[in-house]
Ligand binder design. Structure first.
Ligand SMILES: [Zn+2]
Length: 343
């Protein structure tokens, strides 16, 4: 059977050789059969046809305007997928952007990500592919692990963890406690035990502000998804050509432990794997593009005061996003965005 990495290298080589590219061509998607998603948004080096490099005019200070490629991360992501396949004989999902970051930054909200229409199409294709992937993983496995692979130049020796200070791994923390993020058996605790210099260290300290988790992990991790999403910012020590295979093998080993510890139902318990608030008593539908609410009494059993649509951020396919104001007996009042299936 052809290996994952071999397949991807062929795809990427073909992309480099062939002429005019369609938006979907610049997104390399490998379907998997385990609940692990490897993402590389900044490792691409291909141009987008009819699209000049971004200038960043009017770009705010935060999020930062960056056009540099995260060198070696596309290859590292492929190597991790390959190492997982070699170890488990199962394929993870893999989503790679082959386009260069100077044309589009898919780790930014759409308003700061592109400056021309062809780049917007690439952006949409990448996010559609990643969203479909996350949705499929949730449906097939009830939960998942997403590793968003990046490269940083701040400290070549270090791998920085980005979980928005725990927000993008909310499912994990709810089900397995804080230790699952900050203990020896956490993802980064297990990396540290294999010789990686990690940040934060101690693991319970705050994450480095610049690398605490970008748009991708914030969009696909957190309370709307049953996916534990980690941004991993690798120093050059770990992503150089000569060491990638070794880095990938260690990560594959850690991923295997992670799956056993946190992505499987503990034996003899009825502990739910899927942590996602379930809507109750919601009747909403889309009519001529407008969302109508025929009635919404409660969400997760908590009385709802007011509902408005939250269509400003991209909704999940097949779902409608609502902004819900809840009566909350503990804190008095709460606001949250929820996704409900479209009728
Ligand atoms: Zn990056």
């Amino acid at each position: 059977m052809a290996s994952v990495c071999g397949f991807l290298n062929i795809v990427l080589a073909l992309l480099a050789l062939t002429g005019e590219k369609q938006p979907d061509d610049l997104v390399v998607l490998q379907r998997g059969n385990i609940p692990v998603i490897i993402v590389a948004p900044h490792g691409g080096n291909l141009p987008i046809p009819n699209c000049p490099p971004r200038k960043g005019e009017g770009h705010p200070e935060r999020p930062r305007f960056v056009t540099a490629q995260d060198v070696g991360t596309r290859e590292l992501a492929s190597a991790i997928a390959e190492a997982i396949y070699q170890r488990l004989k199962e394929k993870p999902y893999l989503v790679i952007l082959a386009a260069h970051r100077k044309y589009v930054d898919v780790n930014r909200p759409p308003e700061f990500a592109f400056e021309c229409e062809p780049a917007q199409k690439v952006y949409d294709a990448f996010h559609r592919a990643l969203e479909d992937t996350c949705q499929e993983v949730e449906q097939r496995f009830s939960c998942g692990l997403l590793l968003d692979i990046h490269g940083q130049g701040l400290n070549p020796e270090v791998v920085y963890r980005g979980t928005a200070h725990g927000k993008t791994v909310e499912r994990l923390r709810k089900l397995y406690g804080e230790e699952a993020l900050t203990g020896e058996k956490s993802l980064f605790g297990m990396l540290k035990a294999r010789g990686f210099k990690v940040y934060p260290d101690p693991l319970g300290n705050p994450e480095w502000p610049g690398y605490s988790g970008g748009y991708i992990v914030r969009r696909f991790g957190g309370e709307r998804w049953a996916i534990d999403a980690y941004q991993m910012e690798f120093g050059m020590k770990y992503r150089r050509k000569e060491v990638r295979t070794e880095t990938a093998a260690k990560i594959a080993e850690v991923v295997e432990h992670y799956m056993k510890l946190y992505l499987q139902r503990p034996p003899g318990t009825s502990e739910p794997l899927l942590h996602r608030a379930k809507p109750q008593g919601i009747i909403a539908q889309r009519t001529h593009g407008k969302i109508c609410h025929k009635g919404l009494q409660s969400f997760s059993g908590v009385a709802v005061l007011k509902v408005s649509s939250a269509d400003d951020s991209p909704p999940r396919a097949g779902f409608t996003r609502l902004h819900v104001h809840q009566q909350n007996t503990k804190r008095g009042y709460a606001e949250r965005d929820v996704s409900i299936p479209q009728e």
